[in-house]
Ligand binder design. Structure first.
Ligand code: DUC
Ligand code: ZN
Ligand code: ZN
Length: 456
């Protein structure tokens, strides 16, 4: 079945052009002005709309047990929320068990995603401990199409030490893979948390105070120093502070190849949320924590200047009523994370493009093209061109809406962006040539597949 999308404005990082798009099967087969229509071809009128490549979320935890409880979403529900609003591919954080192999983890994640995901998917394989077997498994993961890895400098159940980080970097370098790291100084955070609890400071307002800006900047600096030693180009996930961005700028000025991801919550929310009454601050507990307005401004400037490369979500949601409440008497036990995979396109479009901070071209670069390039999905994903997957978002720049827990598809009993007024929204979403969503409603589910990645 062939479809021609007519009259829309196709956007990429290089610019925008009014082009018709022919889709045949799963691929884009032709681009041009005034494409002729063959008998039986479906014609879709996209006049007045932008045409974006399917958006990619490069950082989700759609289905995770954090050691205490399971995320409120799973692959089935989280991917529906993603696709409905324009995100057609997710790269989820596959997280092994201690003592388990990477291959076991890959099998587990495939079981969770295959036949259930409505978005295409792949994983960043987490390396949460280091030994000879794991070292040998890294090249095997690459051969299985998983080319990117994740490590942690905080969280006792997930983090490795600097020596292990360095050893992993050398192996990742040898296979041409990409590493992303959660950068916070775990040792000092542990000490601060113990001090605060001992002093009877148990509420969510203490969460940001025990994870201050400089502990992110220090970890970023250490990470980049080790990466320089290993001669590895690296990604920093969910960068949240002005100070950490300064560290990155310095490293780049010295010639280092560094990529920076941030998330909508660090651009739009701030740490005043932790002071909300009735334990509501717990809704905003994520790590790194929400920061100050000055950090938000620095991140937006980094986006405008090209210092921030990608915006993904760190979607990792837990219900307020029966999950966040676990930390009622001890803020360190509040399950960390928040929903986000659904709202990222509308939030960034509204606060970025509609507000005049960034162009639609930059929007596409941050939410799709750069993520595809960085994580070996390009040009299959991340661009509208002949032979690319027909992952297409017909975006109505004038549509308005209000984000609310009542209407969201994410399986969570709250949204941190409740009441946020949006401008711009996905009118139709195609995944590999199939229309999967229309006006925010999913119309076809479980069509997602594992996208085998190759290092180019
Ligand atoms: N922080 C993370 O690093 N991952 C998941 C959620 C969170 O808050
Ligand atoms: Zn993290
Ligand atoms: Zn994460």
């Amino acid at each position: 079945m062939s479809i021609v999308i007519k009259g829309g404005t196709v956007v990429s990082s290089h610019g925008r052009r009014q082009l018709d798009i022919r889709i045949n099967g799963e691929k884009i087969t032709e681009l041009g002005n005034g494409l002729s229509i063959a008998d039986g071809e479906e014609v879709v009128d996209a006049t007045g709309c932008f045409i974006f490549p399917g958006l990619i979320d490069g950082h989700t935890h759609l289905e995770l047990n954090n050691g205490m409880t399971d995320t409120s979403d799973d692959f089935t529900t989280g991917s529906i929320a993603a696709v409905a609003k324009g995100t057609t591919t997710v790269i989820d954080m596959a997280t092994p068990e201690h003592g388990g192999t990477l291959d076991e983890c890959l099998i587990t994640w495939n079981k969770m995603a295959e036949g259930k995901s409505s978005a295409d998917f792949n994983y960043h394989m987490s390396v949460i401990e280091w030994n000879e077997n794991i070292a040998k498994e890294i090249p095997k993961m690459v051969k299985k199409g998983v080319t990117t890895f994740k490590m942690y400098m905080a969280y006792d159940n997930l983090r490795t030490n600097d020596a292990e980080l360095y050893e992993a970097m050398k192996i990742i370098k040898s296979v041409g893979g990409m590493l992303g790291v959660h950068c916070e100084n775990g040792d000092v955070i542990n000490q601060l948390q113990a001090e605060y609890l001992k002093a009877g400071k148990t509420g969510p307002e203490n969460h940001p105070l025990t994870r201050p800006n400089q502990l992110e900047a220090e970890a970023v600096n250490r990470y980049l120093t080790i990466a320089k030693q290993a001669n590895l180009a690296v990604n920093i996930v969910h960068l949240s502070t002005k100070e950490a961005l300064e560290v990155v700028k310095h490293a780049r000025a010295e010639g280092q190849e560094v990529y920076v991801e941030t998330c909508p919550q660090y651009l739009l929310l701030d740490d005043e949320a932790y002071g909300l009454p009735n334990f509501e601050g717990a809704k905003y507990v994520c790590s790194p924590p929400l920061r100050k307005k000055a950090d938000q401004e620095a991140l937006w400037q980094g986006i405008i200047d090209g210092e921030v490369n990608t915006i993904s979500t760190d979607h990792c949601d837990f219900n307020f009523k029966d999950q966040k409440i676990i930390g009622k008497d001890d803020f360190t036990k509040i399950p960390g994370g928040m929903p986000g995979v659904e709202s990222r396109p509308e939030l960034v479009y509204t606060a970025g493009v509609a507000a005049g901070k960034i162009t639609p071209e930059r929007f596409v670069e941050l939410l799709s093209e750069n993520i595809a390039k960085q994580f070996d999905l390009y040009p299959q994903k991340g661009i509208i061109q002949v032979d690319s997957d027909a992952d297409i978002v017909i975006w109505d720049p004038e549509a308005t809406g209000v984000i609310s827990a009542k209407t969201q598809l994410q399986h969570c009993d709250y949204t941190p962006f409740e009441g946020f007024q949006t401008k711009g929204k996905a009118r139709s979403v195609y995944l590999r040539g199939n229309k999967v969503a229309e006006n925010g409603e999913i119309i076809s589910t479980k069509q997602g597949k594992f996208i085998f990645r190759k290092i180019t």
